[in-house]
Design a protein around this ligand. Sequence first.
Ligand code: PLP
Length: 363
Amino acid sequence: MTGAGRVHNFGAGPAVLPLEVVSEVAEALPNLSGSGFGLLEVSHRSGTFQNVIDSAEERVRRVLSVPDDYHVLFLQGGASTQFYMTALNLLGNEGKADFLITGGWSQKAIKEAGRVGDAEAAWDGSDDGFVSVPSNGDYAIRDEAGYMHYTSNNTLFGTQFHHLPDSGGKPRVVDASSDICGTPLDVSSHDLVYAGAQKNLGPSGVTLVILSPWAVSKIGEGVPTMLDYRTHVSKGSMFNTPNTFGIFVLDRVMAWVERNGGLEGAIERNRKKASLLYEELDRTPFWAPHANTDSRSVMNVTWRLANHDLEPAFLEEAAASGLGGLKGHRSVGGIRASMYNGCPIESVEALVSFMRRFEARHG
Ligand SMILES: *Cc1c(COP(=O)(O)O)cnc(C)c1O
């Protein structure tokens, strides 16, 4: 597969996948692993698929150094279902949880948790337009809180935690949808990790959930079957028909990560890509980066043009140069370049070189 005609894809999700993985998918479509059954046509109860899901789980465990007694699940409903499901399972009757509100996704998470129990913002960056994440010491977690929830990377506004946020000794729950397997993550310091796959791990429609024994022990009675983590733990993510296609692609992405230096390799590549782009954004006041320097995301880079009126031309000319998916989220405006694991450095080089030409023409 040559990839001819593909754009440099900076879309925020679903996002670009390594071309090698796309080729493997194409190959498996008519016949998965020589089974004679096509990838979209194989039973989840077959040995062929059991091998796929086992392999995906093992790779996730290896790449993320998941503690042996933690559970790894592949669920549906997106990270958005986890906003509610985490609270439903962990809060029980009259439970309390504290949230760090660093952007639109954490706002959605606290809203859903509030349907279940007492969900309070320990810190909220909305007044500042979400230009930063809090430092330890900027907030306090309530003594009676059962856990702390945070969003490790703020996909919309382009900020990211570069430290493990203090939880006042409480269990940590993290929405790692937009930086999982792309930046450092100490799973053992968390009790629940969840991530929609469509940014760093594969296609949309599969959600990775990692649970500690503590998290499982908190689940009370009366949780609807499909929303009870124990259902999926006991059935190996196959209580009902899982997203077989998505799990296959996730396994292939994780194999690609492993072939390319594992988590360390991914971290290094993502840092390189991000420095390349931030260097250009800091070079000239023609660009106005959104996030405060110490909170800058390596995965989603957001900026305005100092002259906002030039933004439509920027996006139009970028598209004509084969650079796609750069329109900023409507809550921020401007430009956003998402550079997840599957985004090659060549795409970022092409973007930076386009930006220089654009500034020369319009600056
Ligand atoms: C994309 C994203 C979500 C939403 O994921 P869905 O799978 O579409 O529900 C949630 N949280 C974060 C941090 C995201 O980046």
